[in-house]
Design a protein around this ligand. Structure first.
Ligand code: MRU
Length: 348
C-alpha cells in the first residue's frame, strides 16, 4: 500500500509533515482552517492534488466553525475562509479547483438549513480525497501502457502518493506499470532547492520496493547521452488550454534534454489540473519562494551573506516538448487544445 499523506477521521485531519521526511515520520493533527492554510503555505503538505485535498478539509473546518443560521451571512463568511486558503500558494490550480467545488456545493445547497450544509460539506471533502486516489489509479492503468516492458524512467520532483490523496500521478503510472509486471526502475532527480526528489520520491519508492536511484539534477543529460534513460514522466501543477505544463522548477530543462535525446516525455495529471481559462503557459502564475531555500541546505549556509537570489518554484514546459498528457479520462496527444477540452468535458 502506498502512503496516504492526508488522513481524515472524526473531525481531525492528520497529515504527515513532508518537511521532515525522510529522516522523521511525524504526523500533525489539524482541526481548523487556519492550521490547514499554514500547513499548505509552509509545505507540510505539498503537491498539486494533495494541496487540493487539504484545502477541501480546510474549507469544511472553516464552514463548520461559522456561527450563522442565515445562508447569506454564512456564505459571505465561507467565502472569506476560502480566500484565506486560496492565498496560500499560487501555482497549483488544484487548490482553486477544490475550493471552487466546495463553494459550488454550498451554493447548490442554499435552500437547506446551514447546519445541514455544514454536515454534508464534510462528506464532500472526504469525497474529494477518496476520488483523488481512484483517479490516480485510473490514470496509472492508462499510463502504464505507455511504459516499456523493461526500462529506466526519470522523474522530477515528487508526483507520488505523497503529492496526492494517495498512489500518485507520475509515480502512480510507474506503480501501475510495476503492478502489471513491467520491469521498471526509476531515476529520481533530487529536485533542488526543496529536494522533493531526494527527500520524498526516493523515500516513497524505496518504501514501496520500487527500484530507485537518486541523481543530482545536473546528471540527467549525461545519463540520457549514455542511453540509460528510456523515458521521463512528471506530474503537473497547472496545464494550460494549449497543453503547456507548469511543474516543479527544472522540469523544462529535463523536457529539452529528453527532446534532444529522442526520449519520450510524459506528463500525468488529473483533469482537475487542467486550467482551460489559461490560454497558454505564459499566463500561469509562478510562485517565487524564500531565498533561504537556495542559500541554505537545512541549517547550513551554502552561499555568501547578502547574495542576490532568484527562487522561482515552477517553470513552464511548452506543449511541443510533451509527448503525451495522461489523464484519468485517457491519454491526450497531438492536438492538446482539443484533447484537453474533451477530457475536461467528460467530467462535466
Ligand atoms: O512545490 P511542490 O512540492 O508543491 O511542487 C510539486 C510539484 O511540482 C509536483 O510535480 C506537482 O504538484 C504534481 S504532484 C502530483
Amino acid at each position: 500500500m502506498s502512503i496516504k499523506p492526508i488522513q481524515y477521521r472524526d473531525g481531525i485531519c492528520r497529515m504527515i509533515d513532508q518537511r521532515l521526511l525522510p529522516t522523521e515520520e511525524v504526523w500533525l493533527d489539524y482541526t481548523d482552517y487556519q492550521g490547514i492554510a499554514e500547513a499548505i503555505r509552509t509545505m507540510v503538505v505539498r503537491g498539486a492534488p494533495a494541496i487540493g485535498v487539504a484545502a477541501a478539509f480546510g474549507a469544511y473546518f472553516g464552514a463548520r466553525d461559522i456561527y450563522a443560521d442565515d445562508f447569506e451571512a454564512f456564505y459571505s463568511q465561507f467565502e472569506e475562509v476560502c480566500a484565506v486558503l486560496a492565498a496560500t500558494r499560487p501555482t497549483a490550480v488544484n487548490l482553486f479547483w477544490a475550493l471552487d467545488r466546495m463553494k459550488a456545493y454550498v451554493l447548490a445547497s442554499k435552500d437547506y438549513p446551514v447546519s445541514d450544509i455544514k454536515t454534508t460539506l464534510e462528506f464532500e471533502a472526504m469525497a474529494i480525497a477518496d476520488e483523488d486516489v481512484r483517479i490516480n489509479m485510473a490514470m496509472g492503468r492508462k499510463g502504464a501502457e505507455l511504459m516499456p516492458a523493461k526500462g529506466t524512467i526519470l522523474t522530477h520532483c515528487n508526483a507520488g502518493a505523497l503529492a496526492t490523496g494517495g498512489y500518485g500521478t507520475a509515480l502512480g503510472v510507474i506503480r501501475a506499470a510495476v503492478e502489471a509486471g513491467k520491469e521498471i526502475s526509476v531515476y529520481a532527480d533530487e529536485t533542488r532547492p526543496f529536494n522533493q526528489g531526494s527527500r520524498l520520491t526516493a523515500w516513497e519508492l524505496q518504501r514501496d520496493k520500487i527500484p530507485v536511484t537518486l541523481i543530482c539534477d545536473n546528471m540527467a543529460g549525461y545519463l540520457m547521452s549514455k542511453g540509460e534513460i528510456d523515458g521521463v514522466i512528471v506530474g503537473a501543477d497547472r496545464i494550460a488550454a494549449n497543453g503547456d505544463v507548469a511543474n516543479k522548477i527544472g522540469t523544462y530543462t529535463v523536457a529539452i534534454l529528453a527532446k534532444e535525446h529522442g526520449i519520450p516525455f510524459y506528463v500525468a495529471a488529473p483533469v482537475s489540473t487542467i486550467d482551460l481559462n489559461i490560454a497558454d503557459g505564459s499566463h500561469i502564475p509562478i510562485e517565487e519562494r524564500d531565498a533561504r531555500e537556495v542559500t541554505h541546505t537545512g541549517e547550513k549556509q551554502m552561499a555568501p551573506d547578502d547574495i542576490a537570489v532568484r527562487n522561482p518554484a515552477f517553470d513552464v514546459t511548452p506543449s511541443r516538448l510533451v509527448t503525451a498528457i495522461i489523464t484519468e479520462h485517457g491519454v491526450v496527444q497531438g492536438d492538446y487544445q482539443q484533447g484537453l477540452k474533451a477530457a475536461v468535458e467528460k467530467v462535466r
